[in-house]
Design a protein around this ligand. Structure first.
Ligand code: NAD
Length: 426
C-alpha cells in the first residue's frame, strides 16, 4: 500500500456521493463491503532450487451487474487495503462506462524486477492455481494491471485451461474459447482483442477530448496545450502518444526512477515514441532528452494538463495547492487523496476521475471477454468505434449529472454508477 490507506480514500469518495442518493442501510452496506475476500499464500520454486512463499489476494467486490472484473497487480506494496480499494473502484468504473460486469481486483506482493522470466512464469501460474476455484468466465475475469503484461495473462490463461481440462475434459474449440474468456489482456494470437494494449490510454484520450469540447481551455503558451505525464508505463506511454499525435505538447514524463522535462516548456516537446525507444536502449528516462526532474516537481509544473498514470496517492494535501494544471486526468487508479480532491475542486481544477478516465481498459477487456464467449474476432476499427462510443456516452452522462447536482466529476460518476448498480439490488 502506498501512503494514505486507499480504501479509506475510496470510502470517503463514496460518502461524498451517498449524500445525493437515497439508499437504504442495506444498500449502503452492500456497496461499501466486498462480497468475497480471498487471501492466499502459495509456494514458488526459485531458480536456485529454493522454495519461497508469496502472498496474494483477490477481492470480489460486486457482482450485481455481472461477473467480477479487474486486473492483477504485481508490486511489493500490494496489500489487502489496496486491493480492496481497487476492486471497489472497478465496480464503480464498470457501471459508469456501462459494461455488464462487476468489480474485482487481485494482487501479489512481489517485486517482479527481482525475478527471472522463469520465476515470473512460475509465480503467475502458482497464483492462478491458488485462486482457480474462484474465477471463471461467468464468475470472475482478471486482467493486467501494474507489472502484469499480455505474456503474463497468457501464462495465467494456459494454467487455468490446464486445471479445467484435468477436471472436465475440454471438448471443443468453442468450449476452449469460452474458458479463455476467464482472462483478458491476452496476446492477440492467444485470444486477445485488437486494441487492448492501448485501450486505457485511448479511452482517456476520448474522455479528455470530450471535456475540452465543454470547457474553453486556453493554453498557457499558445494554441497547443501542454501535458505532463507521471508514470511512463503502458497507460502513461499511450496517453502521451495519443495526445502528442493529436497535436498537444508533451513536456514532461517520468517513471519510478524520476522524470524528464523539456528544456524550454514554452516551446519544446517530447515525442513519446522516441522517448520510449531511448528508455529501452539506455534503461532509464534520465538519460533520454531534456532535463532530469523529480516526480514531485513534475506534478507541480506549469502545464495545462497533468496526467498521473503511475500509482495511488500522488496528489495529496501537501502538494494539491501547488498543482498548476487546469485539468488533472487521472489515468492511474486513486492518484488523488480525498483531501487533495477538495483543494483542487475549490481551486476550480477539473479533475477527471480515474473511474471515468481510465475505464477504456476495462471496456476493451469486456469486448475481449465477449469475443471469446462468442468465438468472434472484431477488427481494430470496430473495437475503436465501440470504445469511442462507450467513452463519449459515459462522459456525457457524468457531465450532465455534475451540472444537475452541482458536484465535481468524481461525485457525479459515483452517482451515475451507484444508481445503476442499485437497480439490480433486491
Ligand atoms: P505499468 O506497470 O505498465 O507502468 C507503471 C509505470 O509507473 C512505470 O513506468 C513505473 O516506473 C511508474 N511508476 C511506478 N512508481 C512510480 C512513482 N512513484 N512515480 C512515477 N512513476 C512511477 O502499469 P500500467 O498498466 O501503466 O498502470 C498504471 C496505472 O494505471 C495504475 O494505477 C493502474 O492501476 C492504472 N490502470 C491501468 C490499466 C491498464 O489497462 N493497464 C487500466 C486502468 C488503470
Amino acid at each position: 500500500m502506498i501512503g494514505q490507506n486507499p480504501f479509506e480514500n475510496a470510502l470517503t469518495q463514496l460518502e461524498g456521493a451517498l449524500k445525493y442518493l437515497s439508499l437504504s442501510q442495506a444498500q449502503i452496506e452492500r456497496i461499501k463491503n466486498p462480497e468475497k475476500v480471498i487471501s492466499v499464500t502459495f509456494p514458488v520454486v526459485m531458480d536456485d532450487g529454493n522454495v519461497e512463499l508469496f502472498h496474494g489476494y483477490r477481492v470480489q467486490h460486486s457482482s450485481l451487474l455481472g461477473p467480477y472484473k479487474g486486473g492483477i497487480r504485481f508490486h511489493p506494496q500490494v496489500d489487502m487495503d489496496e486491493v480492496q480499494a481497487l476492486a471497489f473502484w472497478m465496480t464503480i468504473k464498470c457501471a459508469v462506462v456501462g459494461i455488464p460486469m462487476g468489480g474485482g481486483k487481485g494482487g501479489v506482493e512481489v517485486d517482479p524486477k527481482n525475478l527471472s522470466i522463469a520465476e515470473l512464469e512460475r509465480l503467475s501460474r502458482a497464483y492462478v492455481r491458488a485462486i482457480a476455484v474462484d474465477i471463471g468466465p461467468n464468475t470472475d475475469v482478471p486482467a493486467p494491471d501494474v507489472n502484469t503484461t499480455p505474456q503474463i495473462m497468457k501464462w495465467m490463461a494456459e494454467e487455468y485451461l490446464d486445471i479445467r481440462n484435468s477436471k472436465f475434459k475440454i471438448r471443443n474449440e468453442n468450449e476452449k474459447n469460452m474458458l479463455m474468456a476467464t482472462f483478458t489482456g491476452k496476446p492477440l494470437d492467444f485470444g486477445g482483442s485488437e486494441g487492448r494494449t492501448e485501450a486505457t490510454g485511448k479511452g482517456g484520450y476520448y474522455v479528455l477530448l470530450s471535456l475540452l469540447k465543454k470547457i474553453n481551455l486556453k493554453g498557457r503558451y499558445g494554441e497547443k496545450l501542454t501535458v505532463a505525464v507521471q508514470g511512463f508505463g503502458n497507460v502513461g506511454y499511450f496517453i502521451a502518444k495519443f495526445l502528442h499525435d493529436y497535436g498537444m505538447r508533451v513536456v514532461a514524463l517520468s517513471d519510478s526512477k524520476g522524470g524528464i522535462v523539456v528544456k524550454d516548456i514554452k516551446a519544446d516537446s517530447f515525442n513519446p515514441e522516441k522517448v520510449l525507444s531511448c528508455k529501452k536502449e539506455k534503461g532509464s528516462l534520465g538519460e533520454c532528452f531534456g532535463k532530469s526532474i523529480s516526480n514531485e516537481e513534475l506534478l507541480q509544473l506549469p502545464v495545462d494538463i497533468l496526467v498521473p498514470a503511475a500509482l495511488e496517492n500522488q496528489i495529496t494535501r501537501e502538494n494539491a495547492g501547488k498543482i498548476q494544471a487546469s485539468i488533472v486526468l487521472e489515468m492511474a487508479n486513486g492518484p488523488t487523496t480525498s483531501e487533495a480532491d477538495e483543494i483542487l475542486f475549490k481551486r476550480k481544477v477539473h479533475v477527471v476521475p480515474d473511474v471515468l478516465a481510465n475505464s477504456g481498459g476495462v471496456t476493451v477487456s469486456s469486448f475481449e471477454w465477449e469475443q471469446n464467449l462468442k468465438s468472434e474476432h472484431w477488427n481494430a476499427s470496430e473495437v475503436e468505434r465501440k470504445l469511442k462510443e462507450k467513452m463519449e456516452s459515459a462522459f456525457e452522462a457524468v457531465w450532465e449529472k455534475q451540472i444537475e447536482k452541482k458536484v465535481d466529476l468524481r461525485t457525479a460518476s459515483y452517482i451515475v454508477a451507484i444508481t445503476q448498480i442499485m437497480e439490480k439490488f433486491v
